[in-house]
Write a protein that binds this ligand. Structure first.
Ligand SMILES: C[C@](O)(CO)[C@H](O)COP(=O)(O)OP(=O)(O)OC[C@H]1O[C@@H](n2ccc(N)nc2=O)[C@H](O)[C@@H]1O
Ligand SMILES: Nc1ncnc2c1ncn2[C@@H]1O[C@H](COP(=O)(O)OP(=O)(O)OP(=O)(O)O)[C@@H](O)[C@H]1O
Length: 287
């Protein structure tokens, strides 16, 4: 049997940094949101081993260096009686190393898919625990939707899923290493942003309309802008073209445009004629 699992991208509605843990990881306070831009995984049982197929034009390893392979290995190790081997075909749509959790979302999709295919009967919490062994963003990506995520990504409170919001994403076409951004952040002295995550959580829980003009913020923006000043121009372009607010997603480099007023985002996205790609996305309720 073959099953299809979608792997949605995530954006950060807010990202504040509260401190640092002894192991060097940063203590985060974020609101995360899944969006309709998604990769597709086809998952099948194999009698043994792992096979990973990716379009040749996608610059990703099809071996143990791929997070999908790592996840497949972990699942086979954990459930040897039920899972003998895994064949996965990946259709990549989410830009790579973009701040959109593309890899984490792929890992989460494989965990969900294996749960269905092999009737593992894992609940959300159990799947999130497996995801936490793979990477910081994987637990959120298991269920997706709208969530308040803290710590290293391991403390998750699901919020009322936001409906009827869209955003315009601009990815400038180059990759950014998350480790490099956190490293620069911890060694430098960057502007401290006021990021009212708690206020946004309250607005979401009370089902109030979000005013994007409040500018919820991402504390990794000052450092990422210093390293890649061209991102500031994308932010300016989004604001000039009607966005109420624009900010970096994750550790970048994708910039998000949030709009308060109705606007033809498809035609605005088409008018992006500089380097990179534009995507109109809907907020999704997750899985
Ligand atoms: C910034 C976020 O994108 C927010 O959504 C994620 O927390 C990053 O998640 P990710 O890409 O899965 O990153 P990981 O592979 O876990 O971490 C890459 C590197 O970033 C740094 N890192 C990551 C997460 C964190 N809370 N503090 C850190 O300092 C660490 O040096 C780590 O080695
Ligand atoms: N299946 C995969 N999809 C994307 N990247 C992968 C995958 N497997 C391994 N990688 C590697 O992981 C690195 C991070 O890629 P990814 O697209 O997950 O970053 P990201 O969107 O910045 O994630 P985050 O928002 O969680 O920081 C890349 O350098 C890539 O080579």
């Amino acid at each position: 049997m073959k099953i299809i699992e979608s792997a949605q991208a995530k954006i950060n509605l807010s990202l504040a940094i509260e401190g640092r843990f002894d192991d060097g990881y940063h203590d985060l306070n974020m609101i995360m949101q899944t969006v309709s831009l998604a990769d597709i995984l086809e998952i099948e049982e194999l009698s043994e081993g792992i096979s990973l197929e990716i379009d040749p034009d996608v610059e990703l390893p099809d071996n143990q260096d791929n997070i999908i392979w790592e996840t497949a290995n972990k699942l086979i190790e954990k459930y040897p009686k039920k899972i003998k081997g895994l064949k996965i075909k990946l259709k990549k749509n989410i830009p790579i190393a973009a701040g959109l959790a593309g890899g984490s979302s792929n890992a989460a999709a494989l965990i969900r898919g294996a749960n269905r295919l092999f009737k593992l009967k894992l609940n959300w919490a159990e799947m999130r625990n497996i995801g936490a062994e793979i990477g910081s963003d994987v637990p959120f990506c298991i269920k997706g939707g709208t969530a308040h995520v803290k710590g290293k990504g391991d403390q998750i409170k699901d919020l009322n899923p936001l409906k009827n919001y869209k955003a315009l994403l601009i990815n400038p076409g180059f990759k950014v290493s998350t480790a490099k951004i956190f490293n620069e952040f911890s060694n430098g002295d960057y502007e401290k942003l006021n990021i009212p995550t708690a206020k946004l959580v309250e607005i979401i829980e009370l089902n109030k309309k979000i005013d994007w003009k409040e500018g919820w913020g991402n504390q990794l923006e000052p450092v990422t802008f210093q390293l890649f000043p061209e991102l500031k121009e994308i932010k300016e372009w989004l604001i000039e073209n009607g966005a109420a607010h624009s900010q970096l997603s994750g550790s970048g480099p994708t910039m998000i445009g949030f709009f308060n007023k109705e606007k033809n985002l498809v035609s605005l996205a088409k008018s992006w004629n500089r380097k990179g790609k534009s995507f109109v996305v809907d907020f999704t309720k997750g899985y």
